[in-house]
Design a binder for this molecule. Structure first.
Ligand code: NAD
Length: 471
């Protein structure tokens, strides 16, 4: 078991409880965060660097080991900086010991994973197990404690799973000895720290008034009052998260639907079209970008879970189903466009630039690069890849079946086709003349509209959502 620093004393708890009750601005409650993935670690790091004492709990020994040594197990811009700041102030304590973390804190955030099961529903086992463990810890704690679910969970989970689990293992009633909130997270990987410190809004689903009040006060303190808070029931907060992601995913698929039409129309350009649509204040430009589809740990999993959840209630989420279907097909546009440029891909050397599901992260969960590479291999192409951050993750998936280049230039060298899969800004350093000089037969598919297509008129070039040049 890891040693807890002396500075972290159980004496903090009564103060914290007083603060939660009174809203006293001078007191900061100690916090525990269970599950140190993208969500939990960013939450923990930001609270700690803002002056809160934070216990970060995980079951993964390697993760706790590297955090204890001061290394972040994930790449996220500014995360190391906040972890360093927290460490310097002795405010962040990674640990495997959930029981002491809960007992030494006043508020527990639960941010464990909720991955997809084969049928599209979510696996609530991590939420269930951590709820039981929190309950066991609460059994020996005196004083009121606030439990906050940050994991994305399908509607009614807090009421029908979290609450009964904690009540059963603690022997204490929710609303009396402890409070419960559902506080969905909306951060975007790649700008997770910024989103945590400056969220568009904080959604608080509350079991009772006291729980909601305590969490609202905590956020006011953490974000120094600069925050829009919406308080609601637990089930509404659970729904907000799914509806929010279904809507954003729909915007992406909508842009891709228009892109596919543009490709059939001489001189049409989806970027020109979506840029103009996005200026309509009723629509907005965010997420209205055509490409090879969305990936990552949230949109694919959350849309699937939303659809299957609704199906159980005999409700068909037609729009979300269409969103998911468009997205299922979209990565393969890269192959279609590539074949239009160089014909049959069998025996060809294809360079794939970008592996992470988006720039500024090393996360490859449900990355579209995975589908594209598998399809290229299936068609007999040899694949060479490069990503500034995600090569380690890619090796776990593809092992020796593909080649890993040391740089974008090395990746492109001697290839027959290059596909831009992730829009890392530093790929922009490659100019049309570089492709012309380095590649065996220069042909580029811009799957993310990274380049100015009009500058590539000298070489074979196709981009998502760009119609053929008019004669
Ligand atoms: P993750 O898989 O990266 O991390 C989850 C962590 O929880 C892992 O480190 C795991 O070891 C740990 N864990 C599991 N069971 C535990 C237990 N009993 N005790 C302690 N630790 C435990 O997940 P993530 O990407 O951080 O997502 C967490 C939740 O937040 C999910 O429900 C996800 O849908 C949601 N979410 C994620 C994002 C995102 O961009 N990643 C954004 C918004 C919401």
């Amino acid at each position: 078991m890891l040693q807890e620093p002396k500075a972290l004393s159980i004496q903090e708890t009564p103060n914290a409880i007083r603060w939660l009750r009174s809203g006293d601005r001078r007191l900061k409650p100690t916090i525990s965060v269970i599950g140190l993935g993208y969500v939990g670690l960013c939450t923990a790091a930001c609270f700690a660097s803002s002056g809160f004492r934070v216990y970060g709990v995980d079951i993964d020994r390697n993760k706790i080991g590297s955090l204890t040594k001061g290394h972040s197990p994930i790449y996220e811009p500014q995360l190391e900086l906040h972890l360093r700041k927290a460490r310097k102030r002795r405010l962040f304590f990674p640990t495997l010991d959930l029981d002491s973390a809960v007992n030494n804190s006043a508020v527990t955030f639960v941010s464990v994973g909720t991955p997809s099961l084969k049928d599209g529903t979510i696996d609530l086992n991590y939420v269930k197990r951590s709820s039981t463990a929190v309950g066991i810890a609460l059994a020996r704690k005196s004083g009121w404690h606030l439990v906050v679910i940050r994991s994305t969970v399908t509607p009614t989970t807090c009421d029908s799973l979290v609450k009964p689990e904690i009540e059963a293992s603690s022997g204490k009633k929710c609303g009396r000895s402890w409070g419960l909130c559902m506080n969905p997270e909306f951060l975007k990987e790649g700008s997770a720290i910024h989103d945590t410190l400056d969220p568009d809004r904080v959604v608080i689903g509350e079991f009772d008034r006291r729980s909601g009040e305590a969490l609202a006060r905590l956020y006011c303190k953490f974000l120094r009052g600069k925050v829009t808070i919406r308080r609601m029931s637990l089930v509404n907060a659970e729904l907000v998260k799914y509806a929010n992601n279904a809507f954003l995913a729909m915007k992406v698929s909508f842009a891709n639907m228009v892109a596919n039409l543009c490709e059939e129309l001489p001189s049409a350009d989806v970027q020109v079209v979506t840029d103009a649509i996005g200026l309509d204040k009723r629509i907005g430009s965010a997420f209205l970008r055509a490409g090879l589809g969305y990936g990552g740990s949230c949109f694919p999993k959350d849309t699937k879970a939303f659809i299957t959840f609704a199906k159980k209630l005999d409700t068909s989420l037609l729009l979300t189903r269409a969103t998911a279907e468009i997205n299922r097909k979209q990565p393969l546009r890269a192959i279609t466009l590539g074949e239009k440029l160089i014909g049959n891909l069998s025996g060809k050397r294809v360079s794939v630039l970008g592996l992470a599901f988006k720039p500024n992260t090393n996360d490859m969960r449900e990355a579209v690069s995975i589908r594209i590479i598998r399809e290229l291999l299936r068609r007999g192409a040899s694949v060479v890849t490069y990503d500034p951050r995600a090569v380690g993750e890619a090796r776990k998936i593809f092992a020796k079946s593909i080649t890993y280049a040391e740089s974008a230039i090395d990746c492109v060298r001697e290839s027959d086709l290059c596909i831009i899969v992730t829009e890392w800004q530093n790929f922009k350093a490659l100019k049309p003349r570089d492709f012309a000089k380095l590649m065996r037969q220069p042909a580029v598919v811009d799957g993310r509209r990274l380049f100015d297509a009009y500058k590539f008129s000298g070489i074979r070039f196709k981009a998502v959502g760009l119609g053929p040049a008019s004669r």
